[in-house]
Design a protein around this ligand. Sequence first.
Ligand SMILES: [Zn+2]
Length: 92
Amino acid sequence: MAPHIVYPEPTCPHEGCGEPMQAIDFRLEDRGRAVHDPLVRAWWNDTGFVGRCPHCEGWIHFTIRSKRAVTADEAAQYPQLPDDWHTNATIL
Ligand SMILES: [Zn+2]
């Protein structure tokens, strides 16, 4: 199944950023297998993956349970979404 999620929190987890980010369909199936396969695996084994908020550019760790603000150092430890992930994803 493709990663899509509805979080309880309605916005980006970074302090002071109000970017709407409650429901996300990452649409990884449009990215080709080299991007899709490792990210889908990380999603379902609960590692999750990271991407930058399109508004504040802060790193966010997305998992099936939560989304949280992380530093660039923390983000480097996780699989990363493409830089332009938000242009293809559906974010509500
Ligand atoms: Zn943000």
